[in-house]
Design a protein around this ligand. Structure first.
Ligand code: ADP
Ligand code: ADP
Length: 221
């Protein structure tokens, strides 16, 4: 049975950073709904253009669109052992759809680490976040700076600030998170899958805490 790790946490909590590290350690694919939307926008697909209308305001892309996109992604062969999910699900309807998809695919949610970070720190993290153009590698001006300013350590591409990391949009994203995504904490708590992780620790300590709660099948390639 395939095993899926759902990383839960506010925008800026460190989901993408940790998902990349865990994907490298486990060999499981990192699936970020935000990255898929941004990739579609870069390629000017219909999905990308539609998503952009919501992303630019810090609103969620409608559930039906998001669920269809993830369903297609999870059905690919590289998800045979499972995946690290980053940014999906984000609403109760998405969480229910994920359960239904995994039932069909013969998979399960193995654990839901909730990366907890206080709101004022989220704002500081998002306002200093830098992303690489080529592959979405994540840096921070102060907390995780690249070796050469403006250049990705991994692939040498240019680093940029996301449009939706501007302060006006950040505030709305946090509001949307509290209203629409926070209910998932209770959803997964009820299922006995939620584990709270202190997201204010340094990046490597958060990775250690996550590693400690991963199911054994996720660790063994
Ligand atoms: P999310 O995917 O949850 O929105 P990111 O992984 O993109 O979050 O991280 C948001 C910002 O915070 C990035 O600039 C990242 O470098 C930085 N960051 C991530 N984890 C930590 C940490 N433990 N301590 C300090 N800064 C962090
Ligand atoms: P962050 O982790 O910093 O909030 P993401 O890259 O995960 O950012 O998401 C960026 C934007 O993409 C969100 O603000 C939203 O507009 C859209 N998005 C990403 N994932 C979802 C999702 N599961 N459902 C709806 N919209 C989403």
């Amino acid at each position: 049975m395939s095993v899926f790790i759902v990383l839960l946490g506010a925008p800026g909590a460190g989901k993408g950073t940790q998902a990349k590290l865990l994907a490298a350690k486990t060999g499981l694919p990192h699936i970020s709904s935000g990255d898929i939307f941004r990739e579609n926008l870069k390629n000017q697909t219909e999905l990308g253009k539609l998503a952009q209308q919501y992303m630019s305001k810090g609103e969620l892309v409608p559930d039906d669109v998001t669920i269809a996109m993830i369903r297609e992604r999870l059905s690919r062969p590289d998800c045979a052992r499972g995946a690290i999910l980053d940014g999906f699900p984000r609403t109760p309807a998405q969480a229910e759809a994920l359960d239904a998809m995994l039932a069909e695919l013969g998979g399960r949610v193995g654990v839901v680490p909730f990366i907890d970070v206080p709101e004022d720190e989220l704002v500081e993290r998002l306002s200093g976040r830098l992303i690489c153009r080529a592959q979405g590698h994540i840096f921070h001006k102060k907390f995780n700076p690249p070796k050469v300013p403006g250049v990705c350590d991994y692939d040498g591409s240019e680093l940029y600030q996301r449009e939706d990391d501007k302060p006006e949009v950040v505030r709305n994203r946090i509001r949307v998170y509290l209203e629409q995504t926070m209910p998932l904490v209770a959803y997964y708590e009820k299922k006995g899958l939620l584990v709270k992780i202190d997201g204010t620790q340094p990046i490597d300590k958060v990775t250690e805490a996550l590693w400690a709660v991963l199911p054994e099948e996720a660790k063994s390639a």
